[in-house]
Design a protein. Structure first.
Length: 200
């Protein structure tokens, strides 16, 4: 029986972007199923004491940029430290990912997640714009406009709300966040430990 990895993230998170491809590769290597749970980080922060980037102390903001630079270079993953469209509202992108999963399955949703993250951090695209989101989905071979309409339905909103509630109930306070066999791991820099959990 395959293990399950619950994957909590927000599509605009740079650290989720840095870890996304590695998580997908590890899950494939160890035959682990991924449960995508894009969630509303602002609500998670409100309940866990986190602050949006603009409200963090200057020294924290500066160190974040250093960490992003280091990890981007180390992983050889292209990343603009200060992309044109960031901060960005990512709820619509999250709901598009959910709609894609419901219509086309987890693999398609994982591919779209990676494409949306690249759009923010490597391609200078605005994922708060509906036409941009539809175009990204279409580039992956989907009917982007139809998926975008599906993303606006009550059933998709309900899933988004459920994932956010799940995150709050699980005491999550950041992204990306991985849960394997009930054990939680915060951050893409914990993927070595996630791999050990996959291998158990």
């Amino acid at each position: 029986m395959s293990k399950l990895c619950e994957y909590y993230f927000a599509p605009h998170s740079p650290f989720a972007y840095l870890g996304h491809a590695r998580l997908v590769a590890l899950a494939k290597q160890y035959d682990v199923k991924i449960a995508l749970k894009p969630c509303d980080l602002s609500k998670v922060f409100n309940t866990s004491g986190g602050l949006p980037l603009a409200k963090r102390a200057p020294q924290r903001q500066a160190y974040r940029l250093e960490e992003l630079r280091r990890w981007s270079e180390y992983l050889q993953v292209p990343l603009n430290l200060q992309p044109t469209f960031f901060p960005v509202q990512s709820d619509d992108a999250a709901k598009l990912i959910i709609a894609t999963q419901l219509a086309h399955g987890t693999d398609a949703a994982l591919a779209l997640t990676g494409a949306i993250m690249r759009a923010v951090w490597a391609e200078q695209r605005n994922i708060a714009d509906g036409a941009t989101l539809a175009a990204i989905a279409t580039e992956l071979g989907h009917d982007g406009k139809t998926l975008l309409k599906s993303a606006e339905t009550a059933s998709v909103q309900s899933e988004f709300d459920r994932f956010t509630d799940d995150a709050i109930s699980a005491s999550i306070f950041g992204a990306p966040w991985y849960v394997v066999d009930g054990e939680a791991f915060w951050g893409q820099d914990r993927l070595d430990f996630v791999e050990r959990a996959f291998a158990r």
